[in-house]
Design a protein around this ligand. Structure first.
Ligand code: BES
Ligand code: MN
Ligand code: ZN
Length: 494
């Protein structure tokens, strides 16, 4: 399903569907007038009758269209031109693509809107292209009867007078980013008995090799000699041995070395602090952080971005068994910090502790960790917003603004020293839970802070946005591929 760009008048486009976005105050005047004319004024009649209002994401399909090369047109609303944001365009393209891919299609085309004050051709092509790709893939790949059909071809259309280089740049990046987001979604959607630490690591090794990323996998013996005591504690309850994947893309020699660290709990049963069925049923999503790290580094390498990025996937399965961690056990992390384990369901921070300390040892200068870490973060910010916590205001801001440019929602939570008391332990340096109800997302971050030293570090708690319980017009249920685009944008800006 390659995504390409084409420069031609809309009435000449051949495709199974032509998706035409329209602004509220413009209707079918301006750039869309020529198409309207070929269609015998059908579009402006719909507008005048009030059948098309162009509120954001409003969809109006036109079938059996006569007068243009294309037989079907999908009109999609964008709202007011002045209010257009990348995320609105992405959502509009996603919603339209979800509708038109209900049957096998050879080619789906999307007419780019003309540039606005804030968004040029490149931004428009990137935002629309990613949406088009997102909406063309669904989670039902294991259904006997498919409900969605990936088109052979996706195409962004710009008028012959457009800045062709900018459109091409945006389309190329959308193609790469769109595939990366789809990969992260698919990894999250994979059944946990198919995707476990060894298979995840093998996949990463193969995919990294294909695009020239250096990749090493540490097995349980190597993790032992590298002093990953905290991660190994979590892993020992499972029949499946842990893995740590180290990815290194060195697109340039730079003083800045980014370190992306992902929580990869391929299934979180809670361990001996066992979850109830309702809390466990979507816990195959607990590796979404690791999926975002792998997918974004693949995209960064494919884009040949001139940056130095480390990716670390901390892969374990959290299971109860006769060998599992017990409450009251004390673990020693790679950096020497001792941890009293009082809840085996707070396992993400235990594996990230070692992985973050490892990233610091590998001389990462700026860290971002991504983790489906706490239900408390969803209580604080809802299901669609990631929590952002860190130890360096400048770096916090840079990550937050990269997310904003990528059209993804993150919001800061405080990290004041008053919270340090919550993880004080009687028997070890720290404990892994506070034992109190409040401020759970921050407690998790305060714990992680002990493993990054003075390196600028941001923790993104993606427990909410990593997973969609229900489908909506703008997205499928299941894995969302969240933060892949933010991580690519962050690298592109460095
Ligand atoms: N993986 C969960 C967090 C989670 C919850 C992710 C819901 C996605 C949706 C994490 O390992 C966990 O169990 N956290 C505990 C922490 C508690 C024991 C301090 C939680 O949130 O209840
Ligand atoms: Mn847990
Ligand atoms: Zn977990």
């Amino acid at each position: 399903m390659p995504l390409t760009a084409q420069f031609a008048p809309l009435y000449e486009i051949t495709a199974d569907w032509l998706i035409v976005p329209v602004f509220e105050e413009e209707g079918f005047s301006g750039p869309l007038a020529a198409l309207d004319q070929r269609l015998g004024g059908a579009l402006s009649r719909l507008w005048q009758a009030g059948d098309v209002t162009s509120k954001p994401i409003e969809l109006t399909p036109l079938l059996d269209v006569r007068g243009a090369a294309v037989p079907r047109v999908m009109i999609v609303g964008l709202g007011k031109r002045a209010a257009l944001e990348r995320s609105i365009l992405t959502d509009a393209a996603t919603a339209a693509a979800r509708c038109v891919t209900d049957r096998p299609r050879r080619r789906v085309a999307f007419a780019l809107p003309s540039p606005t004050e804030r968004l040029g051709w490149e931004e428009l092509a990137l935002a629309a292209g990613v949406g088009l790709m997102q909406g063309s893939q669904g989670p039902g790949v294991r259904k006997t009867e498919p409900v969605r059909f990936v088109p052979d071809d996706l195409c962004l259309i710009a008028p012959p007078g457009a800045d062709a280089d900018a459109v091409q740049r945006g389309a190329r990046r959308a193609d790469i980013e769109g595939r990366a987001v789809a990969l992260a979604r698919e990894l999250v959607n994979m059944p946990p008995s198919d995707l476990y630490p060894e298979t995840f690591a093998a996949l990463a090794l193969e995919m990294a090799g294909a695009v020239g990323i250096a990749c090493t996998v540490l097995d349980e013996t190597q993790l032992e000699s590298e002093k990953f005591g905290s991660l190994l504690g979590v892993a020992r309850g499972s029949e499946r041995p842990p893995r740590l994947v180290l990815l290194h893309w060195q697109g340039a020699e730079k003083p800045t070395r980014l370190g992306y660290v992902g929580k990869g709990v391929t299934f979180d049963s809670g361990g001996l602090s066992l979850k109830a069925n309702d809390q466990m049923l979507d816990m195959k999503c607990d590796m979404a952080g690791a999926a975002a790290v792998l997918a974004s580094i693949l995209a960064i390498a494919e884009l040949r971005l001139p940056v130095d990025v480390l990716g670390i996937l901390a892969l374990v399965e959290n299971m109860p068994s006769g060998k599992a961690l017990k409450l009251g056990d004390v673990l020693k992390a790679r950096n020497g910090v001792t941890i009293e384990v009082l809840n085996t369901d707070a396992e993400g921070r235990l594996i990230l502790a070692d992985a973050l300390a490892y990233a610091v040892d590998l001389r990462a200068t700026h860290l971002v960790d991504l983790a489906t870490l706490t239900g408390a973060c969803m209580v604080a910010l809802g299901e669609q917003v990631a929590g952002l916590m860190g130890n360096n205001e400048t770096w916090n801001q840079q990550v937050q603004s990269a997310a904003q440019r990528a059209g993804e929602r993150v919001w800061p939570l405080p990290m004041w020293p008053i919270y340090n008391d919550l993880i004080k332990s009687e028997v070890a340096d720290i404990k892994n839970v506070s034992g109190k109800r409040y401020g759970g997302a921050i407690v998790g971050a305060k714990f992680l802070e002990r493993f990054v030293g003075t390196t600028p570090w941001v923790h993104l708690d993606i427990a909410g946005p990593a997973w969609a319980e229900h489908a909506s017009p703008i997205r499928d249920a299941g894995g969302t591929g969240c933060m892949v685009r933010t991580l690519v944008e962050l690298a592109a800006a460095k």
